[in-house]
Design a protein around this ligand. Sequence first.
Ligand SMILES: C[S@@+](CC[C@H](N)C(=O)[O-])C[C@H]1O[C@@H](n2cnc3c(N)ncnc32)[C@H](O)[C@@H]1O
Ligand SMILES: [Zn+2]
Length: 295
Amino acid sequence: MNLLHHLCCPLCGGSFTRNNNVLSCPSGHHFDMAKEGYVNLLPPGKGKNARTGDEKDMIRARRDFLALGLYSPISDGIAGLLGKYLSDFPEILLCDSGCGEGYHTLRITESLMHQVPGKVLSVGFDASKYAAACAMKASARAGFTGDAGIGSDGKGLAYFIPANIFSLPLSDHCASAVISMFAPVAVQENIRVLRSGGVLVTASSGVDHLREMRNLLYTDVHISDGAVPEYEGFVLAEEKKVYYTIHLPDKTAVADLFTMTPFYYKTNDAGRERLYAADSLTVTVDTDLRVYRLK
Ligand SMILES: C[S@@+](CC[C@H](N)C(=O)[O-])C[C@H]1O[C@@H](n2cnc3c(N)ncnc32)[C@H](O)[C@@H]1O
Ligand SMILES: [Zn+2]
């Protein structure tokens, strides 16, 4: 399985050939590959309508917070569900849509390698090139980039590509699974890239998620009603709640978790002051994992 065969040009959808470190489509669009297979497939000039991706401080905060391991039960949950639903595939192409810094992608890739007999090739897409670059470095450290970047072989590989998830540079019906963790769900694109028998697996916040932090930030707390999202073209196959308590041991951990959430943009000065005054915090993690099958 070679990722190059499944990538396509974000401008015209044409397939790629690789010449040294340049990917080219038949229409003459070229994309330079950096070392370790990193290639930016955000279409130049077309990014106006796409989200530009999270800011650098948010990315750093998320990387540092996730490194504490406090969210590892969430990727463990997703990996367990994928192992169950993908056991019939001889080899797996996993697409992480809105992968951030790849923390969950890499843990899931590692877990799947031990659960399934065939090869596992993961590709994470994110509108933030900083996040994708950070993920690519982590993948290289974990030994998931092979020797020669995109196109190399191995039992488990993981590549990260800056791209718009609403216009994925992936060929039709190549992915065994799409995961969407705390990211927008690009329903039509997911249908297009999934193979027959493939699944979409989502992770989203449940009604109690970070309740204690919200109570500190806001006097009037509004939270989602907990309704199960329905996606046209998919049928919900399984739900699993991941619910536990974490202890944020110091001000840095409290601030990092705050910075990586949407609360960061929605909190007034008084709320921020209350949060930054906390020396530690115990918070509930309430995450809903859902498996959707193609209809
Ligand atoms: C809350 S973060 C979650 C990251 C990662 N899945 C995780 O759980 O750690 C959401 C991510 O979705 C990305 N994103 C949002 N809209 C996007 C789009 N249209 N195309 C690509 N990525 C997008 C953001 O850049 C951000 O990294
Ligand atoms: Zn092209």
